[in-house]
Design a protein around this ligand. Sequence first.
Ligand SMILES: [Zn+2]
Length: 404
Amino acid sequence: MHLVLSLLLASSSVLPATVERSPAYQAELTSNAAGTTWSGRETVAFTNTSATPLPEVYLRLWGNAHGCSAVKVPGTTSDCTVAKVALPEPLTPGKRTSISFDVTLTAPYREDRFGRSGAFSFFGNALPVLAVHDGAGWHLDPDVGIGESFYTVAANFAVRLKHPAGLAVPSTGITTDGLTIAKQVRDFAWAAGPFRSTESTSPHGVKIRTWATPTVNVAGIAQEAAAAVDDFSRRFGAYPYGELDLVVNDRWTSFSGMEYPGFVLLIAPESPVVHEVAHQWWYGIVGNNEYADPWLDEAFATYASDLHDGDHRPGCWPGSLPTAITRDMGYWGAHQTSYGVYVYTYGSCALHDLERVIGGPAMARMLAAYAKAHWYGVSTPADFRAAAQAAGAPASFWASHALS
Ligand SMILES: [Zn+2]
């Protein structure tokens, strides 16, 4: 990929205490004729929620994870997915300010969430986002090359994507008169190309739009997504984004699917559609640090998908495991052949066993309450453990299921 970013700081401002504390992104990007390169300006407003003055912030440029050589970003560290932005003066606790910068994104020739295949380009994890700063400091972990190493908080986006009329440009959020608004989402993704689109509505009123390469049959995929979004709304809390865009392509051979808020990338015909829809809740609505705790979204999305399919996977637990399911992406990046089976397969099996221990109704009530308690927030393994133990799980369950 190629990403050029120059920084210009806006003046800091003092806003009333009632101001929204989550980050707010504004961007106006214009594409080239093919939709492969987008450039323009981005602004990020944020509040210092820590107890000490904030002298700087960091942006995550995840689009640089696979190719640093063409990137020129002022303040970029040795890991080119990080850009440090010094503030003109330290930001006082509780105060809000914004930074603005020019940005150019060029989709690399890769079959990937940020990549380009023929006339179709995909901009997942491409738009620069604010790194998370919390009690542990700045989260600047690397992309380890498999799965997701990302960590963001829910934010509001107002994005204007200007493009030739002949290009179809599905995205996160809902577009009216060229302005796309997405509220309380962790990321903003889009795609561009000569997609064929369809539109339908799930029985419970979620608009399902498909955007497909010309040879894909999307009817079954749209129906599956509609059934899943309604089912998960019933189980975990109503889908809040109104619309779900499914971007389906049958050109890729090396990538199966990727979740973004209100926007899912899928390959056809073997689409992991239910799994990616489940991520709308587990990663999207209920967030987690995907680098530190990948099982908190992947095991849950896999378990939710099993529930949707009516598969409780009896006898799936292997008995004992030599390492914990709860390892971080640094570990899985160094043990790539174990990642899928531990985090997805054994992780979801642990949840099935938890359901067997506390009972189906208690598990369902616990998950709905857990989702509600962390709606648009960030959950941790300790949060989930507390919720499960309050629902009747014995403390011994964590050691017996490689969760600690
Ligand atoms: Zn997943």
